[in-house]
Design a protein around this ligand. Structure first.
Ligand SMILES: [Zn+2]
Ligand SMILES: [Zn+2]
Length: 338
């Protein structure tokens, strides 16, 4: 029997996004190994991490890697021993592709810090393709409330934002500052508001400020503007290190700034008195646990989270990444297979 083939995008030569660093390739449809399922991709969200990978800010783990880790599709084939999903079930394939299960972090509910993790669309070929593989234990069932397109951004933007919110240690009814307002931030803001927070958004794009106010933010200012009141917590979504000092300065005493991205430009010199004293804290956010993902998807379905998406045909991956790079996407870009 001849091998069936599929279309996939691959990072050919990382470089500036407007040089179209992704190339379309034809590959064999992968065969699921033990514990893996083959997913026919319906939709795949476009995450800023894909852009970092395409542009070379993140080194590809192997040549011609296929990006994409916000995959929604249906189970097409089951590997040996798979029992969690049935053929045709709708599943999500997230960033976290594998953890070792035996290191000290895996054994203490911190699998996001696993010493030997693998990630979808970085170590493993991802969802900018017709098909992708996932270990069944790392896939999510997708709540019926969401279409394929609306569900895709939940799988990284949503889950990582949720972890960032938890890491920011926002107190009940607290004041949260959100710096940058794209795919992840607009979901996180809704969770925070549903939990009773007052949210202030700082972002450079006027359309994003408008979206923030529509969704119920208490204020929306420019990227480095001081918020109208001191913050208990802040989350930096923009990959811009120069925003760290103004975000720290905006914190009330005892406040926490969580930096959500996997990549950040250099942070300028901080002044201890202005930026850190009075027990202000800054922390990073590294991937997520499966528990974060499960909690977030439940909360998203419960509150009827609104997902702002812009669909692109799968064959326009370079265009979608370019639009993301140039702030031309209001919400989250999602690649759709025909
Ligand atoms: Zn992502
Ligand atoms: Zn581990």
């Amino acid at each position: 029997m001849p091998t069936e083939t599929m279309m996939a995008w691959a990072v050919d030569k990382p470089g500036p996004i407007d040089s179209s660093p992704l190339r379309r390739v034809t590959r064999s449809i992968p065969v699921p190994g033990p514990g893996q399922v083959l997913v026919r991709v319906h939709a795949c969200g476009v995450c800023r991490t894909d852009l970092h990978l395409a542009e070379g800010d993140l080194d590809p783990k192997h040549p011609l890697i296929t990006p994409g880790h916000e995959v929604v599709g249906v189970v097409d084939r089951l590997g040996e021993g798979c029992a969690r999903f049935g053929l045709g079930d709708r599943v999500g394939v997230p960033w976290l592709a594998h953890t070792c299960g035996v290191c000290r972090f895996c054994l203490t509910s911190q699998e996001n810090l696993c010493l030997a993790p693998r990630f979808t669309g970085w170590d493993e070929d991802g969802g900018y393709a017709d098909y992708t593989l996932v270990e069944e234990g790392f896939a999510y069932a997708i709540p019926d409330e969401f279409s394929d397109e609306k569900a895709a951004p939940l799988l990284c933007a949503g889950i990582i934002g949720y972890r960032a919110l938890r890491r920011s240690r926002l107190p009940q009814g607290g004041r949260l500052g959100i710096y940058g307002f794209g795919g992840s931030a607009h979901l996180t803001a809704q969770i925070a508001m549903a939990e009773g927070a007052r949210v202030h958004v700082m972002t450079r794009a006027p359309e994003a400020r408008e979206l923030a106010l529509q969704l119920g933010a208490a204020s929306a200012g420019d990227a480095a503007d001081p918020p109208p009141e001191p913050l208990d917590s802040a989350i930096l979504f923009a990959p811009v290190g120069t925003l760290v000092p103004p975000a720290l300065e905006a914190l009330d005493r005892g406040g926490t700034l969580a930096i959500a991205g996997i990549h950040l430009t250099d942070i300028p010199v901080l002044n201890y008195q202005r930026h850190l004293f009075e027990e202000r804290a800054v922390c990073s956010v590294t991937a997520n646990t499966r528990q974060d993902g499960t909690e977030f998807l439940e909360a998203a379905a419960r509150i009827g989270i609104q997902v702002s998406t812009v669909p692109y045909p799968m064959d326009q991956a370079n265009q979608a990444l370019s639009d993301l790079a140039h702030d031309r996407v209001n919400g989250a870009a999602v690649l759709i297979n025909p």
